[in-house]
Ligand binder design. Structure first.
Ligand code: HEM
Length: 311
């Protein structure tokens, strides 16, 4: 398969994500081809893809989007209560004097708690999870095997805790874990690092954990003055928005049009609370270690350590 073509201009990104001429790429075909060729089980990966709205087109997409939006809105009160009731205390602990592991002590538990409110069961995923790597074109065989096993484990966990759910309802919850956790984990981790390093407080996240979204041309289409053939994969580089001079442009980290992020409102609400709580603490924070995990899809910190000298 040819490499995707990077699109970095604001207008180009808007066209690729917002126009009906571009459709989600066929993730199923990629995994099935590798699984068939090398003879290993990709059934859980394929089952998950069938429920992920970002992988679906037309009517199937509309139906999935509607179900997931309902799931998120039904849990809005719990999610809001978590943000107001628990996040300030979690940050107060993180910003007490000493050395802290930001992913382990704050980002992972915060993301798990928030997505748990959406799916109605307790999640304990961390930043090493492979469940969201199914968007990767380059993941190796052993990681694909582990991804399939992790997805099977997640399905069993949800079925055990919520045995009355239909297969579709379980699938929707797995889709939410795949779409919500690493996007939020990466965006929170990278944005908190930026704030600790002196980035100004803004309603928008300063950095994103979702550096790009791929789409395929349904027919020959012009973008930024170039007409691409049908089936060409274009890569909308959302990370290009990090350097936007108007911070409001960074709201587009959440995409555009038919597939625009359903977690945007709650993710921005969480960011407002986090910044308020950091400001309240008046802590002196130095980032002493920060590395990103090896990942060609999401941008997620692997190590994120801070030293708090005045809390
Ligand atoms: C700050 C963290 C987040 C970022 C940066 C982010 C970003 C994105 C982006 C770029 C898309 C694709 C948009 C497009 O193709 O036009 C997307 C889709 C989606 N996101 Fe998020 N997201 C975040 C958090 C969340 C959370 C917390 C949830 C769930 C509670 C969530 C649920 C979804 C869903 C369901 C979709 C698919 C919508 C569809 O295909 O119709 N996201 N997100």
């Amino acid at each position: 398969m040819a490499d995707p073509i990077d699109i970095r201009s604001f207008e180009g990104i808007a066209t690729v994500l917002g126009s009906r001429s571009f459709v989600p790429v066929n993730y199923e075909e990629r995994h099935r081809a590798v699984g068939d060729h090398l003879g290993f089980d990709v059934s859980e990966i394929i089952a998950a893809i069938h429920h992920i709205s970002l992988c679906l087109r037309d009517e199937a997409h509309l139906r999935s989007r509607k179900r997931i939006a309902t799931l998120i809105s039904q849990s809005n009160a719990d999610a809001t209560a978590f943000i107001a009731g628990e996040v300030p205390e979690m940050l107060a602990k993180l910003l007490s004097v000493g050395t802290h592991d930001v992913m382990g002590e704050f980002v992972n538990p915060c993301v798990n708690r928030l997505i748990s409110t959406n799916i109605g069961t307790t999640l304990s995923l961390d930043h090493t999870t492979l469940i969201s790597r199914l968007f990767s074109q380059t993941t190796g065989i052993s990681k694909r095997r582990r991804m399939n096993a992790e997805l099977a484990e997640l399905r069993l966990h949800i079925q055990r805790e919520l045995p009355f759910l239909t297969e579709t309802e379980v699938g929707d919850r797995i889709a939410l874990c795949i779409l919500g956790t690493d996007a939020l984990r990466g965006t929170l981790g990278r944005s908190m690092q930026a704030v600790f390093a002196g980035a100004p407080y803004t309603a928008e996240y300063p950095k994103t954990g979702v550096p790009y979204i791929d789409r395929q041309a349904a027919h020959p289409c012009p973008v930024d003055g170039v007409t691409y053939d049908a089936d060409t994969t274009l890569r909308a580089r959302l990370d290009a928005l990090e350097s936007a001079s108007d911070p409001q442009d960074r709201n587009r980290f959440f995409g555009y049009g038919a597939h625009v992020c359903l977690g945007k409102k709650i993710a921005l609400h969480l960011w407002a609370q986090i910044q308020d709580s950091i400001l309240d603490r008046q802590a002196a924070v130095a980032v002493t270690r920060f590395t990103l995990r090896r990942d060609d899809v999401f941008c997620v910190p692997e190590e994120f350590e801070i030293e708090v000298t005045h809390g």
